[in-house]
Design a binder for this molecule. Structure first.
Ligand code: NAD
Length: 426
């Protein structure tokens, strides 16, 4: 079969997410009523709100919060700031959150939100006003036992503090201390958890370690290319380096760099922190985006945006393993082509679940007002993700399917068992 590029270009991100869901539902023979419910988000909230710019002018922003499913617990998922944010994108991301929580067996549902704007074009003061006004506009659509945002692309711990503070100040004075868990991914001083900032990267490392054990591969010495060097990518680079892997190529929104003798992940993280991107890093040569994808590496870690590995570049990829740290980085057709060529893909809902798992730990710490040590966080995260990866491998064997479909089947089976017990209201 010849795979062509055009069909995937016509498929929206949400259509891709729903396609993956239906494929897995078909393989496992999911109850058709549950299938109909899970194919759509429960709630789609869109808010338009005005914000005063530093110039004194007002600008209108559009924000989204999609609540996909809350059968297992409160809606949970990040807030994304990017000019590309739209309803379709957040619907797909919210859907994936439901599968992630179910796969990892944590008591959360799936949600996602965002604002369509470029945070790099705004002063800190403007950013604060945008975030606070957005939180106010969402009002009671979020809440510590209802819907719990977290950082994602373009947002960070500071964003979460502004959201928490705005939410708390809109709450009756006597209840303000009990609503810290309305967001996760907060800085430690403001109620965050040790290990949350690196959690997604840490989970990517655990996924690779699990795969190495499964396949008898030595992690030390693996050559790695990473797309995106923000929260997730830079933690992946540093953690992989600690375990002996070698970062060879890195790309981000400022350009791409390569050094076949290895790039210091720690020095590069300092450079990015200082100048805002990988461009200009002097201990590696600049390269084209095409050369980045074709880098002579064993492992490719997309940790930036969706739809990055497509039919247009998949054939040039030298890596034999794609570890999806980003959400939806590989189009369905590109995945088929990569697998057909003998490659392996560790799917996003398993690989990047470390963020939501430690968010759950942060939420538990907020509820009990008891901080956990980093050791406890890391050990519990390891146990949770290794168990999810084990369940995925078992399902892959039982159903003879891809690893992505297997991860979906584990998640859908969990949801199906709960729907069987609870029934569909009324
Ligand atoms: P971030 O904003 O910290 O970093 C994003 C990175 O992507 C930056 O290095 C940026 O330069 C790069 N990038 C942006 N546009 C690009 C382009 N056109 N080409 C190449 N690189 C580009 O975001 P993050 O939190 O690291 O999130 C990265 C991915 O991981 C996203 O898909 C996000 O949904 C996913 N994710 C994040 C978390 C989390 O805890 N932060 C959890 C799960 C999944």
């Amino acid at each position: 079969m010849t795979l062509v590029d055009s069909p995937e270009k016509r498929q929206s991100l949400h259509e891709q997410a729903v396609r993956q869901f239906h494929e897995a539902a078909e393989i496992m023979d999911l109850n058709p009523d549950y299938r109909a419910i899970l194919a759509h988000p429960k709630n789609e909230v869109i808010v338009n709100f005005p914000v005063r710019m530093d110039s004194g002018e007002y600008r209108s922003f559009r924000g989204y919060r999609i609540q996909h499913n809350n059968l297992l617990g409160p809606y949970k998922g990040g807030i994304r700031f990017s000019p590309h944010v739209d309803l379709d994108e957040v619907k797909a991301l919210a859907t994936w959150m439901t599968w992630k929580s179910a796969l990892c067996d944590i008591p959360f549902g799936g949600g996602k939100g965002g604002i369509a704007f470029n945070p790099r074009e705004h002063s800190r003061e403007e950013l604060e006003r945008i975030v606070r006004r957005f939180t106010h506009a969402l009002g009671s659509n979020i809440g510590p036992d209802h819907d719990i945002p977290a950082p994602d692309l373009g947002s960070n711990g500071q964003t979460m503090v502004w959201m928490m503070d705005t939410y708390a100040n809109s709450t009756a004075a006597a209840n303000r201390q009990s609503v810290k868990g309305v967001v996760t991914g907060k800085p430690i001083e403001s109620g965050g958890s040790l290990g949350r900032e690196k959690a997604t990267g840490q989970g990517v490392l655990f996924s690779l370690q699990h795969w190495c054990d499964e396949t008898g591969t030595d992690l030390a010495g693996l050559r790695v290319a990473i797309q995106g060097y923000g929260n997730v990518g830079s933690n992946v680079g540093r953690l992989f380096e600690v375990y002996g892997a070698q970062v060879i190529a890195v790309a981000d929104h400022t350009g791409a760099i390569i050094n076949n003798d290895g790039i210091s992940a720690f020095e590069l993280a300092e450079h990015v922190e200082k100048v805002g991107g990988v461009a200009g890093y002097s201990a590696a040569g600049e390269c084209s985006v095409e050369d980045f994808w074709a880098a002579d590496v064993d492992v490719l870690v997309p940790a930036a945006l969706e739809n990055q590995i497509t039919m247009a570049n998949v054939d040039s990829i030298q890596a034999r393993l794609i570890i999806e740290a980003a959400n939806g980085p590989t189009t369905p057709n590109a995945e088929l082509a990569f697998l057909a060529g003998g490659g392996e893909v560790l799917p996003d809902i398993l690989v990047n679940a470390g963020g939501v798992v430690v968010s759950y730990f942060e939420w538990l710490q907020n509820k009990s007002a008891q901080p956990w040590t980093l050791d406890v966080v890391d050990h519990k995260l390891r146990d949770t993700l290794m168990a999810a990866a084990d369940r995925t491998v078992v399902a892959k064997g039982n159903f003879g399917c891809t690893r992505r479909h297997a991860a979906y089947i584990v998640a859908l089976d969990k949801l199906q068992r709960v729907y069987n017990q609870r029934g569909i209201f009324p």
